[in-house]
Design a protein around this ligand. Structure first.
Ligand SMILES: Cc1ncc(COP(=O)(O)O)c(C=O)c1O
Length: 402
């Protein structure tokens, strides 16, 4: 395989994995009806309360929403955080430490600007990004004129970056560290020790820890630890840490476009000022529905049950093959395709032979320190359909690759 060229332009940095997949498969007719496991789009049932509530507030589409959100939404979010992370109960000020977002992606992107402004005199800003990673992080770094520094997250370090191996000079010019836990694509969990290390570095070198926790509610049995509860445990403060959350995965509502950012009060204030002129507000009816969604856990448990059924199917069909392991969090499989020509070749084979669409790992990563793309031998498989569809797709995958 030809070595991947180094990335030089904004276009390269923001190349969408899904656009690349579409291009890869464009000329290949599938031999069976397509089954798409490439997209992390939950297919869980829409919570029953959503429709009536939306309707009850529909006239509020006629008003501009406040950028800081309505008080009941911020309150519902702070209360959810207190229930989910008991050490945070009563500790998150909904007035000063919570902002609603139109899904977490726009927040993960736009937060880089106030993070950059905090260190305005830094002439060579760096943004630390695990590799592989969610693509918005690199887009943010590029847009802020900062250097994206990709931190390898290989199997040997539990698919998470080794934060003990960072250079002092790099840390001094860092404006933000993105840390995704549970991680996309490998479903790895940052334990409290790793979170504590990230927080300590952010405080020592005065940068922001951007904790992307949008998969935190998709777990098998033990809820993953959070960055804010860990931060609070170190000095009873949320300084230098913000967590990004979303209803997209937790509530199976990716089309609602609703999430939040919470944490460090002075950063939230700066981000709020920036957002007030530069970012989209969350429509009022969506804010009401979101408050109800954060207050309800029943539909979330139903979503988890769906993923548990899918993982049981995957256990049955994939155990002992393709380096299969159940991820600790999220709904992705990260399958080893080294024996099938690598991730891209396997994605083509699967599409052509059986209509199963999976995402080559290469598209989610950049060249690592060893000059290799850490995703080159993998495909990401999203178990977001019902168990029947999941079974059909994985059975086709096994029949094709053996
Ligand atoms: C790791 C990660 N972060 C953030 C997002 C953004 O999700 P949303 O904007 O729907 O909250 C996604 C979506 O797939 C993701 O995988």
């Amino acid at each position: 395989m030809a070595p991947e060229a180094p990335l030089t332009s904004l276009d390269d940095l923001v190349a969408s994995p899904f656009a690349r997949l579409t291009a890869l498969l464009a000329e290949i007719p599938p031999a069976a009806p397509p089954l798409d496991l490439s997209l992390g789009e939950p297919h869980a049932a829409i919570p029953a309360f959503l429709g009536p509530m939306l309707l009850a507030h529909v006239t509020e589409f006629g008003r501009y929403p406040p950028i800081r959100g309505i008080a009941p939404l911020r309150q519902a979010i702070a209360e959810w955080m207190g229930r989910r992370y008991p050490t945070l109960r009563g500790q998150v000020d909904p007035e000063a430490q919570v902002l609603p977002l139109n899904g977490s992606r726009e927040g993960l992107f736009s937060a880089i600007f106030p993070a950059r402004a905090r260190k305005a005199s830094n002439s060579a800003p760096a943004v630390l990004i695990p590799n592989p990673f969610y693509q918005a992080y690199a887009a943010a770094a590029a847009a802020a004129g900062a250097e994206p520094v990709f931190l390898d997250a290989p199997e040997s370090t539990g698919y998470l970056p080794d934060l003990g191996a960072l250079d002092e000079g790099l840390l001094a010019r860092t404006i933000a560290l993105y840390l995704c836990s549970p991680s996309n694509p490998q479903g790895a969990l940052a334990d409290r020790a790793l979170l504590a290390r990230a927080i300590a570095l952010a405080r020592r070198y005065d940068f922001l820890l951007f904790a992307d926790e949008c998969y935190s509610e998709i777990y098998v049995d033990t809820p993953p630890p959070g960055a804010l509860e860990t931060a609070f445990g170190h000095g009873e403060s949320l300084a230098n840490v913000v967590a990004f959350q979303s209803l997209s995965k937790r509530s199976g509502l990716p089309g609602l476009r609703s999430g939040f950012v919470a944490g460090d009060a002075s950063f939230i204030a700066a981000f709020g000022r920036f957002r007030n002129v530069a970012c989209p507000q969350v429509p009022l009816p969506i804010q009401h529905v979101s408050a109800a969604a954060w207050a309800d856990e029943e539909h979330v448990e139903q979503g988890r049950a769906l993923y548990r059924r899918n993982f049981a199917v995957a256990d049955g069909l994939l155990k002992g093959r393709f380096g299969y392991r159940r991820p600790a969090g999220s709904f992705f499989l990260w399958l080893d395709m080294a024996g099938f020509g690598g991730g891209e070749a396997a994605a083509k084979t699967l599409w052509k032979a059986c209509g199963v669409r999976v995402l080559p790992g290469t598209y989610l990563a950049r060249l690592g320190a060893d000059g290799r793309n850490p995703g080159e031998n993998h495909v990401r498989v999203a178990l977001v359909h019902d168990a029947h569809t999941t079974h059909e797709a994985l059975a086709r995958l096994v029949a094709t690759l053996g």
